[in-house]
Design a protein around this ligand. Structure first.
Ligand code: PMP
Length: 378
């Protein structure tokens, strides 16, 4: 699939043409304790229009405002929408840093291309995001665990009820200050394995960050919550392969029955798994720091039956989700076929060894405590 080829000669996003219109009514800063994910937004937004004759228009930063859309806009009927989730952090010197923004830009371009929306050169939007994050720096509290969540969003704006390639689009970026996911330390969650619905399938779009992937996931999550679980675990196929948890990638640590070797396992990127930036970071750190300690790191398929057997034999050491929001989310138990599989935590434990280390290691790079190429100084 190469739907982007026809737009290649049009104008790219040009960060040198960025104009900034500052708000005349700067919003109040909430108390750190009152920050709720995605509820309050900063003073400004990035806005870049595209049309099929010119390509990308000059990028603008403008006061945060409502969009004006024709009711026939294709995004409202056929879900021409994709997005990203990434964060800006304030380091000890007060400088603003993005974490692996190249990964988010590559993913946004892949998502856009798959739904016939325009693409752009990754670097050019990173430059604009950096400028935007610097402008909104006052919204980023100066404390560990706090950050500015950035939501780049692309929509098809063409006024038409015909199902076809959008002739116009809008890329905008809004930002929401967020606090630590675990203000009082890790809280392990319990999951319900969903066996009556699937999130993604081979040849589908589960590996893209399309809005259309998310609405159908809410009912299984709500169902799981109604039975006392915090999230649902997505399985696939008659084999009951384990894929993802809620809106996170999923990792398990197993001990080999014969050799005793420890193995960190996650599902492979076979088209049904979102290419999480945190997933990639966990894998890279595991290869760098756990493999020298004798661990094996595997991107392979594994089933609920395999987890169940490992748990019964005391070989399921820990399980956790990974994603931008929480970095890691330790899992205590999984409800599957009427039984509760214990994922290896002791009663008084809220996190396993790997999850705890990964959170520390990744945060050190996000906040620039460890100088590393993953951290992009704005
Ligand atoms: N899977 C799904 C379905 C997601 O929505 C997300 C959040 N983007 C993730 C995994 C984790 O991805 P990331 O580490 O890039 O936040």
């Amino acid at each position: 699939l190469k739907p982007e080829a026809s737009t290649a000669t049009l104008r790219d996003i040009d960060p040198t043409k960025l104009t900034i219109t500052k708000t005349t009514k700067p919003g109040p800063l909430l108390k750190k304790e009152d920050l709720v994910f995605g509820k309050t937004f900063t003073d400004h937004m990035v806005s870049i229009e595209w049309d099929q004759t010119h390509g990308w228009h000059d990028p603008r930063i403008v006061p945060y405002q409502n969009l004006s859309l024709d009711p026939a806009s294709c995004v409202l009927h056929y879900a021409f929408e994709c997005f990203e989730g990434m964060k800006a952090y304030k380091d000890k010197q007060g400088r603003i840093r993005l974490f692996r923004p190249d990964k988010n830009m590559a993913r946004l371009n892949k998502s856009a291309a798959r739904i016939a929306l325009p693409t752009f050169t990754d670097r050019n939007l990173i430059d604009i995001l950096a400028e935007f994050a610097r402008l909104e720096a006052r919204f980023i509290p100066d404390a560990r665990g706090y950050s500015l969540y950035l939501r780049p969003t692309m929509i098809g704006t063409q006024k038409t009820l015909g199902v076809s390639k959008p002739g116009s689009a809008l890329l905008y970026v809004i930002a929401s200050p967020v606090g630590p996911y675990y203000p009082t330390g890790f809280r392990a969650v319990s999951l319900e394995a969903t066996d009556y619905a699937v999130r993604a399938w081979p040849g589908g779009v589960g590996d893209k960050k399309l809005g259309a992937n998310y609405a159908p996931c809410v009912v299984p999550a709500v169902e799981a919550m109604s039975r006392g679980f915090q999230q649902n675990l997505w399985l696939f196929g008659p084999e009951q392969y384990v894929t993802e948890v809620g809106t996170m990638n999923f990792f398990v640590a197993l001990r080999d029955r014969e050799t005793g070797q420890r193995e960190l396992v996650t599902a492979p990127l076979d088209g049904t798994i979102l290419e999480g930036v945190t997933r990639d970071s966990v894998l890279a750190l595991a290869r760098e720091r756990l493999v020298p300690q004798g661990w094996r790191v595997s991107e392979r398929k594994y089933t609920m039956a395999e987890l169940d057997e490992a748990a019964r034999e005391g070989r399921l050491l820990e399980a956790f989700g990974s994603g931008t929001a929480a970095i890691v989310s330790p899992v205590r138990a999984i409800s599957w076929r009427g039984k509760l599989i214990n994922c290896g935590l002791k009663e008084n434990e809220e996190s396993g060894e790997v999850a705890t280390k990964m959170k520390d290691w990744i945060e050190a790079r996000q906040y620039g405590d460890e100088e590393h190429e993953w951290s992009y100084l704005c």
